[in-house]
Design a protein around this ligand. Structure first.
Ligand code: 6GU
Length: 276
């Protein structure tokens, strides 16, 4: 996977040399280039932003500088007409252009999975109050798959942190990135019936007077699985009832239904419904 990141703080991405990501780069699984947006400016001040049209606080990133940069990284001529180059989206290794944006849909595990199949990702990090809305529009109109995502309901100073979050969620799904593929399958938010993951324990069985749940050392795998599933259902019902409400009732087994009913859910429809 080829990754380009554009930012006014490209050094922020030096951290990618560490840990699993650094190893994946060494092994050639991913190639990351972090670019400085200011390299595409022509003025002495290397300015990348301007005041908002219509008034308001802060500064907005200018479209001209971004476009010179993105034309180059995406391989699109500066005079490319709109709506004619439909090929770009159908090519298997067509780049996907991603802008972190606090006013966009939430980035989910499903997005991470989808993007892990792309051959080339280009991330554009906005700073200040954001970027000119015509930038994503322009590239979309030229057949580029453009995505805008928020990583949660809170405000960050810029897109850099959000890009590193998305990048980690995406690249850890690449075949060969992680040692243990099975650990991906069992995680929270994975698959159609996403639940929070059950609690984990390691040895010793009793630590500072606290025993692990006895069933986990019973050797009965069926009972262990059921215990973990019930704990996941209980924890999800308590902390993320929105995830329970999205479950597919047809995919629940009898024991799941019994547990959910005991937790105050009604499970006779297509999706569970909280009672009371
Ligand atoms: Cl993607 N960007 C910024 N600046 N703030 C955020 C965000 C993104 N997602 C949540 N907050």
């Amino acid at each position: 996977m080829d990754i380009d990141i554009v930012s006014v703080f490209p050094e922020y991405f030096d951290v990618l040399n560490l840990s699993l990501f650094g190893k994946a780069m060494e092994r050639g699984l991913v190639t990351v280039r972090a670019h400085n947006l200011r390299d595409w400016t022509h003025d002495v001040h290397q300015s990348v932003d301007d005041t908002p049209v219509g008034g308001g606080a802060g500064m907005v990133m200018k479209p001209e500088v971004w476009a010179e940069c993105l034309d180059e990284l995406l391989g699109i001529p500066a005079d490319a007409p709109a709506n004619t180059d439909a090929d770009t989206t159908t090519a298997p290794d067509a780049p996907v252009l991603i802008f972190p944006n606090p006013s966009a849909p939430l980035f989910t595990q499903q997005d991470a999975t989808e993007l892990s199949h792309a051959g080339h990702l280009v991330f554009g990090c906005g700073r200040y109050e954001g970027y000119d809305a015509r930038i994503p529009q322009y590239y979309r109109a030229r057949g580029v798959d453009v995505r805008e995502y928020s990583i949660g309901d809170y405000v960050l100073n810029g897109g850099e942190v959000a890009v590193s979050v998305m990048l980690e969620a995406i690249t850890r799904l690449l075949p060969g990135f992680m040692g243990n593929a099975a650990s991906i399958v069992e995680e929270s938010y994975t698959g159609a019936n996403a639940l929070l993951e059950h609690s984990q324990y390691t040895k010793p069985a009793t630590w500072r007077g606290m025993a692990v749940p006895p069933v986990l050392i019973s050797g009965d795998h069926g009972k262990v699985d059921r215990f973990r599933r019930d704990e996941a259902l209980e924890k999800t019902s308590r902390l993320r009832p929105d995830l329970i409400a999205h479950l597919d009732c047809a995919a629940l087994d009898k024991a799941d239904r019994k547990t959910l009913i005991a937790l105050g859910w009604e499970v006779s429809g297509a999706h569970p419904r909280k009672l009371g």
